[in-house]
Design a protein. Sequence first.
Length: 139
Amino acid sequence: MNAEMTLPGTLTGNQNAPANEAGTAVVNFDASALLSRVGGDRQSLRLVAEMFLQDCPRLLRGVQAALAAADAPGLHRAAHALRGAAATVGALVLRDQANVLESASGIPDMVAAQHAADMLEAQFTAFRHAVTHALETPL
């Protein structure tokens, strides 16, 4: 793992990446999995990653709109859509946080869901920074 992302490989994003209980850095971007999904084509990897970076803010706005309307079913759908998109692109931490939000959407009190949504947005920011940096380096 390295911050410059040598493909195939993984990218933690930065030295301040979240760690699991064992103290190992959590992978923000599984480039190997995405590269495999696009048939080993590095240009396709770049295109898919860029498309996700462009589309994810729309998905996050859907989450915020559902929260503002206290629309639990809408929040569940928005979190589920984001989770699927994140999984497809190899955004592992983002996928996991979307899963937390999806679970929190079933709790009547939206405070937990709002906290999960805030964490989701923070994870997207970290992912965007890491992938943008990685895409700046020649594949």
